[in-house]
Design a protein around this ligand. Structure first.
Ligand code: CDP
Ligand code: MG
Length: 871
């Protein structure tokens, strides 16, 4: 063969390949178009069937009889209960006055946006107005309403409130459904559920057959789920002419929603009434009249994301600019209580976003001691902070004295049971001060009527994106000015109130954002992308997200899709793989989800649960500044196999063992080993949640999959499962640390570090990683890792979770892994038969017989088959 011939041959092959590629693309486009036509026809047929079914039901004698029964019952209820206090209370709500107007508006428009202040009666009244109107008109049994709530706790509490307003048990006319829990029956006409529950229902019932009304509550919160739901609903509307949609918002700005449903929507406003609320900023509370903010203050230590909102050149604010509270009614003499000249310093600390529990308890006890009657509502960012303040208040004699004899120090957060949280509505007896310490759940979802004083930490926990781990996390944040206004408003429900803000006017004006960013703009989109594919929306991921109220950035969408492909959740055509199918239904970060699924399939669930919990929360190791060396030493005692993850696992298991010996040995253990008890408890709690999720999705074997009511509660769950055959099966390989490391790779890949031996025998190894830009970059191990300053690594590769950039690029926790552990579950395998090498994602190359590559692929396929079987 001449050179010329070879060249021509090569060219011909290239042409052929290009031709083949064109054909493939054409066929693909064709099948896609065909699939779309088929899907459209299916939707049309379904829509027609729904209309026919409705017609049939309207003429069904049983349905007519049921409507009659409802009417008789309602007539009787109004005759008997006309003067009951709960009905009188309903009639005093601002929404009551607008009843007819709201009913008419729902009749006339397919989409209605109802805007009204928190507490005016939207959530509890509107569903009843619609239902009662239908009942009076003899269409009661044809009404099937779904009302979504942003949180589990609001779904359950509102449902029980509405049921009791109707004089009924929950689960009859009024029911609720939240993940793993619910109470409803065939006679349920109003169903309160979380947004997630409705989204899941839509995957099976895309046109919501049988549903007459969808009410989306708290749309102003702009959660990912509710924004997602709105896109779906807007697509459904043309196919379901009889379906009514009501959006409810606590902010009066409804323009964006009206615009989104242009042509089919209208707005109804419920005027609210609140008493004036006096506001006191931190400098007022501390009585610093000449306060000048320090321009060099680093305002956003804990949440650098919003640093850009801070303009250091902005106007310094002194409390003279605003209304100084009158001295008589308001004199916390903090100077006497040990603050002395440190007031200004305390203030500066607070400006940096630290919560000062001492100051907060002083303030609360001051209100208890010297201010008029009325409940106090304290806003804290999260459960941990609530607990801390709760304990601090309990230790404070003035607050304690005020609450002695009754449990009127009340914590309110989203993990309480309905019964536990219903006590916040109880009024305190005379001379007992009711103090509610709450998360932002009390901002709009739950209204406590007797609040006169609001103490606002200015903080909340928001779903955010951690750039170090590229994972979705709850982050502590300053609230927005809109939230701060909303919180202040909670004090003026029964009489003029006061709002104490634990931040300076300066921080409020210059650091707080005006509005909270919609969630879709601030969280990683992996979970949402999976959801979209689960709904099998035409137009794919990008097409769907383009239709959102506020579409996310194209780059974020592309990054999410790329990461899902690397993880094996989406295939090349962006369709869900079996793994993706399962991950779409697990409400955890996708990488954590993958580890959980692999851990359960491979029989090493127990350790994987712990590691997954640590990755989603925080490490239990603490290192106090003055005892850092001691703490590091203690940590090293748990070290195993050059793995920080196994080290944490050992510490957790040690704690569990110590716990069995009793409380004192438990505390001794945590103290001696520099472990945070709270963090360990947090891990235990997450483990329980994960177990429950896996159990629900059938990954804990069939015999333990409890349907409906069967759920494991609280701490007992672990005990139940430890003797369970499925639990034993799921842990048949739990002692196999090599397998465990493979599962770790499954979740953490492509977070990979390559170890090169140093240039001289005694030089430290050189570490590098593959950066996003495709280049290899240097990386170092953080001093807190057990692998810090390791002279020699047992393997050439490390996987890691978190990467931080400070003076250099650091990894926090890392684990040495062998090539086989990497090859088993990390990235795409390519086998070069001719050279006898196997590589993953072309970056990491290993010498191995080609046979091994074939075997590895077979193992992966087998796992995929297991995943596919479980769908
Ligand atoms: O949804 P919106 O904020 O407009 O108000 P709502 O949740 O319907 O609450 C209206 C009123 O019902 C509140 O002001 C409370 O007085 C009362 N309510 C209650 O006492 N107990 C509940 N669990 C819920 C509401
Ligand atoms: Mg509401």
């Amino acid at each position: 063969q001449t050179k010329e011939e070879r060249k021509r041959e090569l060219e011909r092959r290239r042409e052929l390949a290009a031709e083949a590629e064109k054909t493939r693309a054409r066929v693909e486009a064709q099948t896609e178009a065909e699939a779309q036509t088929i899907a459209e026809a299916k939707t049309k047929k379904l829509a027609e069937a729904i209309l026919k079914e409705e017609e049939k039901r309207a003429n069904d004698p049983r349905v007519i009889a049921e409507s009659e029964r409802l009417k008789t019952e309602l007539t009787k209820f109004w005759n008997d209960k006309k003067d009951s206090p709960i009905l009188k209370q309903r009639q005093r709500l601002p929404a009551w006055a607008k009843q007819q107007e709201l009913i008419d508006a729902v009749e006339r428009n397919q989409v209605l946006i109802v805007a009204g202040e928190t507490g005016c009666g939207k959530t509890t009244q509107l569903p009843q107005f619609i239902l009662d109107n239908a009942i009076w008109q003899g269409r009661g049994a044809m009404t099937n309403m779904i009302c979504t709530q942003p949180r589990r706790i609001s779904a359950t509490s509102v449902a029980s409130r509405v049921a009791s307003e109707r004089g009924e048990q929950i689960g009859k006319t009024v029911g609720y459904k939240i993940r793993l829990e619910g109470s409803m029956s065939s006679s349920t006409r109003i169903l309160f559920c979380t947004t997630g529950v409705l989204l899941r229902r839509l995957t099976e019932d895309p046109l919501l057959s049988g549903t007459s009304h969808v009410i989306v509550d708290e749309v102003h919160e702009r959660s990912l789920d509710s924004d997602f739901l709105l896109v779906l609903l807007r697509d459904i509307l043309p196919h379901r002419p009889t379906l009514k949609v009501v959006l409810m918002s606590a902010t009066l700005n409804a323009l964006a929603f009206e615009d989104y449903f242009k042509g089919v929507s209208a707005v109804s406003k419920i005027p609210g009434f609140t008493y004036p609320v006096n506001e006191h900023y931190l400098e007022d509370i501390l009585q610093v009249t000449e306060y000048q903010p320090n321009p060099g203050t680093e305002y956003f230590k804990k949440a650098p994301r919003r640093r850009d909102n801070f303009d250091a050149s902005s106007r310094p604010v002194s409390s003279k600019d605003g209304d100084i509270p009158d001295e008589d009614s308001f004199n916390i003499t903090l100077r006497d209580k040990g603050y002395g000249d440190n007031v200004v310093r305390a203030l500066r600390n607070l400006e940096q976003g630290l919560i000062n529990y001492e100051l907060m308890t002083l303030l609360i006890s001051h209100i208890c001691e010297s201010m008029d009657e009325g409940a106090i509502l304290v806003f804290m960012p999260g459960l941990a902070e609530i607990t801390k303040l709760y304990e601090a208040c309990g230790a404070n004699p003035t607050i304690n004295a005020a609450t002695s004899g009754g449990k009127y120090l009340i914590a309110l957060h989203s993990t309480l049971s309905t019964a536990e949280q219903s006590i916040v509505f109880d009024h305190a007896p005379d001379s007992v001060r009711k103090i509610v310490i709450a998360t932002n759940i009390a901002e709009t979802s739950i209204t406590i009527d007797d609040v006169v004083y609001v103490v606002d930490s200015g903080k909340c926990k928001e779903n955010g994106y951690d750039p170090n781990t590229r994972m979705q996390l709850l982050l502590e944040q300053w609230v927005s000015r809109a939230s701060a206004r909303q919180r202040r408003g909670r004090a003026g429900r029964v009489q003029a109130g006061r709002c104490f803000r634990m931040y300076t006017r300066h921080v409020h004006d210059t650091v707080f954002a005006e509005h909270t960013l919609p969630e879709i703009r601030r969280v990683p989109l992996e979970g949402l992308c999976l959801q979209i594919q689960l709904q099998r929306m035409a137009g794919g991921i990008a097409g769907f997200l383009g239709k959102a109220l506020e579409p996310p950035k194209v780059e974020s969408v592309e990054a999410a899709v790329a990461s899902l492909k690397r993880l094996g959740a989406l295939d090349e055509r962006e369709c869900l793989t079996p793994l993706g199918q399962h991950l779409a239904t697990l409400p955890v970060d996708v990488r954590v989800g993958k580890m959980l699924l692999y851990g359960s399939m491979l029989g090493c669930l127990d350790p994987v649960l712990t590691i997954a919990a640590v990755l989603s929360g925080r490490s239990p190791f603490v290192a106090p500044l003055d005892k850092r060396d001691e703490a590091d030493l203690a940590k090293k005692l748990f070290a195993e196999d050059q793995s920080d993850h196994l080290t944490i696992l050992n510490a957790y298991n040690g704690w569990q063992d110590a716990k069995k010996q009793g409380r004192s040995s438990e505390f001794a253990f945590t103290r001696e080993n520099f472990l945070s008890w709270r963090a360990l408890e947090g891990i235990a709690d997450l483990r329980n949640q994960f177990t429950q999720l896996l159990n629900e999705s059938g990954f804990l074997g069939s015999s333990s999959k409890k349907k409906g009511g069967g759920r494991y509660r609280g701490r007992q769950r672990g005990n139940v499962l430890e003797t369970d055959v499925d639990w034993i099966r799921a842990n048949r390989n739990s002692e196999n640390k090599r397998l465990l490391k493979s599962v770790l790779v499954a979740g953490l890949y492509p977070n990979l570090i390559k170890v090169d031996p140093g240039s001289r025998p005694d030089a430290p190894p050189r570490l590098s990683f593959l950066a996003e830009n495709g280049r290899t970059e240097k990386i170092q191990i953080h001093p807190s890792s057990i692998n810090f300053e390791a002279k020699k690594f047992i393997t050439k590769w490390l996987v890691y979770h978190e990467r931080v950039q400070t003076t250099a690029i650091f990894v926090r926790d890392c684990t040495a892994v062998t090539p086989y552990q990497l090859l088993l579950f990390g990235g795409k395998i390519e086998v070069q038969h001719t050279q006898g090498t196997i590589s993953i994602d072309r970056w990491a190359t290993f010498q191995a017989p080609a046979k091994v590559g074939v075997l590895l692929k077979e193992i992966r396929n087998q796992l995929d088959r297991v995943l596919a079987q479980k769908i």
